[in-house]
Design a protein around this ligand. Sequence first.
Ligand SMILES: NC(=O)c1ccc[n+]([C@@H]2O[C@H](COP(=O)([O-])OP(=O)(O)OC[C@H]3O[C@@H](n4cnc5c(N)ncnc54)[C@H](OP(=O)(O)O)[C@@H]3O)[C@@H](O)[C@H]2O)c1
Length: 222
Amino acid sequence: MQTALIIGASRGIGREFVKQLLAAKWTVHATARTDADLSELKKSGAHPLRFDATEVGSADSLGSNLAASALDLVVYVAGTFGMESGASSAPATSTFDQVMHTNVLGAMQTIPLMAPRVEAAAGKFLFITSGMGSIAEAQSSMGWVYRASKAALNMAVHSASFDYPKATFVAMNPGWVKTDMGGPGAPTSVTASVAGMLKVASQLTLKDSGSFHSYDGKKWPW
Ligand SMILES: NC(=O)c1ccc[n+]([C@@H]2O[C@H](COP(=O)([O-])OP(=O)(O)OC[C@H]3O[C@@H](n4cnc5c(N)ncnc54)[C@H](OP(=O)(O)O)[C@@H]3O)[C@@H](O)[C@H]2O)c1
């Protein structure tokens, strides 16, 4: 049986990863921030763990509380959008910190704790980034802080891949997905996005480590 850890699994894309992996008979460890969400994860059949990227020491607790010593798949999903506005307004420090801590710092604190366990299984470490983090694709500054956070996450993933040569590190663009963040007008269902990302993940090999992919299998420009 294969083992996964989904970080940021209370709702949306993370919750769907849990659902699809449980249906495929994986052992699934999954994080949330509230007692109610942890209890829902437990009811679904996952092993719940508390993690809040904005709390000091939360990543270390996650590392100590996770029983699995080898992980075939880890997905860092936790993310927040912050402000819609672009470069015409300066971000509030609190917004900047919230977005950067959730989208970047949480991932960077998780990597040294989890990557050796991914290497132990010769597994995959996926990071849900965004097309909005692509410098090559940017055509506006809308969601300025979010864009900067996902570009920073992309660099964190690409550069970390050199330090963990037995794990496959991939930045993943999930598409524009119908979730609380993506909104009801998004063209892609959460089911299709996650099924696509799991298919891509199953086809990745070590030579793909350090790359940026989309849920539909295409390589994405940095
Ligand atoms: N939906 C899209 O169109 C889209 C497009 C590109 C990229 N993405 C990325 O995909 C990922 C998932 O997005 P989604 O659409 O599923 O969004 P969502 O429905 O808003 O879910 C966000 C998830 O992140 C968790 N989270 C937020 N702040 C956190 C923190 N400080 N510590 C730990 N977990 C935290 C949330 O937990 P709580 O329930 O506790 O808040 C929730 O589980 C994000 O990284 C997002 O940037 C989404």
